[in-house]
Design a protein around this ligand. Sequence first.
Ligand code: IVH
Length: 681
Amino acid sequence: MELNEARQKVKALSKKINEHNYRYYVLAEPVISDYEFDMMLEELISLEKQFPELLDKNSPSQRVGGQITKKFAAVKHKYPMLSLGNTYSREELLDFDRRVAKALGKDYEYVCELKFDGVAIGLTYENGELSRAVTRGDGVQGDEVTNNIKTIRSIPLTVEHPEALPAFELRGEVFMPHQSFLKLNTEKEKQSETPFANPRNAAAGSLKLQDSSLVSKRQLDCFVYGLLADDLPFNTHWESLEALQKWGFKLCAHRKKCDGIEDVFLFIDEIGKQRAKLPFDIDGVVIKVNSYAQQEELGFTSKFPRWAISYKYKAEQGYTRLIDVSYQVGRTGAVTPVANLEPVPVAGTTIKRASLYNADKMQELDLHFNDMVYVEKGGDIIPKIIGVDTGQREPGAIPVQFITQCPECSTTLAKLSGDAIHYCPNSMSCPPQIQGKIEHFISRRAMNIESLGQGKTELLIQHKKIHNIADLYDLKYNDIIGLEKVIEDTLTGKKRKVSFQHKTVKNILSAIEGSKNVPFERVLFALGIRHLGETMAKKLAKHFGSLDKLMNASTEELLAVDDVGEKMATSIHEFFDDLGNIRIVERLRQAGLQFSAEQSIAPGGGTLAGKSFVVSGVFEKYSRDEIKTLIEANGGEIKSSISTKTSFVVAGDKMGPEKQKKAESLQIPVISEDELEGMIG
Ligand code: IVH
């Protein structure tokens, strides 16, 4: 294709993709299938690869991310990013209204909006393009997070509306919808990572990720709620909001022009009723004087505008009795106290348990058994006890004391000085710790033996078939066939049967066998060395090249690696100084795991080198992720959709009809998992 023809094509494709993107993410009214959308995007990406000079910094292909921001630059806001005064009662709102009425002395209108609970963002558009996105920071200057913001599909990268201003700035809130939040936390738990406490923290954490392709997967969203420009052609805030909607921005439909404070109260009540059902978090309502001229007349106090205020809903509380306190032991041995309560309905759900965090928090509350307590469901997922009604305490009530022995293995608990957490030091044989280590080891990003997940490891540990990660490699068919158990989820009470049938056992054993091809960097991550995450494992694997070199590295040698600090160096030494760990590591070596980078199949090597694969459907022997790992471990490349460049489609049961059609029309060979095994040999 000629450059000129490609330029036309890139332009037309970008326009079409932007339109469909708008229909899907802003209007929620898609008119084409996800598949058709993906095909267009793939075509654009491939053209931009072929003609790099045609890649625009605001091309819709940038939504998938890929840019790394090493350090978020501090940028001064052109218009300071203000915050609002808070009110918590109608009286305070009436006071606000009286102040407004007194200062204006004439008619005025309010605009009521939701107070979104996310991260404030300032978006700058110049000549129809998003040029910068900056967080609030201290209001005067914030961090530039443009690369990450570009991955949010509902934020236009270009504005083509003929009436749009040549230069303007927007204020809005980046948030994580409940659905994305639940998905992210489930994923985090699966990977044995600490889940985010609430969607706000998840949104803030996501915006600060260095790799924008990870942000792209977090499914953030953004509502805009303010327009700023040097010569605004509008007289009211409401007109600005309407214009922004026309220009292609996403605004929340819950907003209202109000004639007076009574009208504002109606809006607050209405939203209060709907709040629990909204698909995102809000913590109140924002009330703004509509006319810009009147806003100017009212001006600012030293901290806040006098023309706007927020009304915050009270956190919903319950009052109930404490039955007892139980203690949970986590993967790292940390012991968390949990209050068991008489069930009480709060904000649409029944609360039976509440976190007590740690011994210090428990002491602060001065809890006694049978106390009547106040519980609160704030923005966090876990409800908390906020107070005790000591007036209701029975005489002679027994104070709750933090346990001294591990509830799982009876080992005496330890506490590091300066740390509020108690932990069980018996890391080698305390059951939840063993389970946590094994679950981390088999997780997708580590050894990817996911056919062993969902309660199966628990069953193997209970039947003493495995005591540590190395035991996995000694498992034999006859050891585990026929094991079964009904498992009850401690939180939801749901029951599930876990059983080891012929097919399951075969799958598990072949997945364990397959894990011997997992590259060294992931083996290192899988070992579960404290503080050693995925990125660090990659760095260390690259730097030292083998486990032996890493094990023998001095503190100085460790500290010489980028991003390795004292804490990490100590943790690595502690791990390899432990004889129990050394024994396990040696058994893993004997089992044939990859302990050096050279041993791992390098990119460009392997029987599948140079071939690209699309994996679709449900398989018998492996999970879809395991098939992908197998292909990559043997040098093949995984693609998400079929194109002329695809070498093979590996198909299982229920392969999508669209994919089947596409493979047929492009004459791409479709192979089974057995045929794939055959190719690998
Ligand atoms: S207007 C001068 N509108 O609340 C007006 N803010 O305390 C400044 N927020 O940092 C902000 N929803 O993060 C405004 N509809 C809304 C909002 C909103 C959430 C947040 C924003 C800001 C904080 C102000």
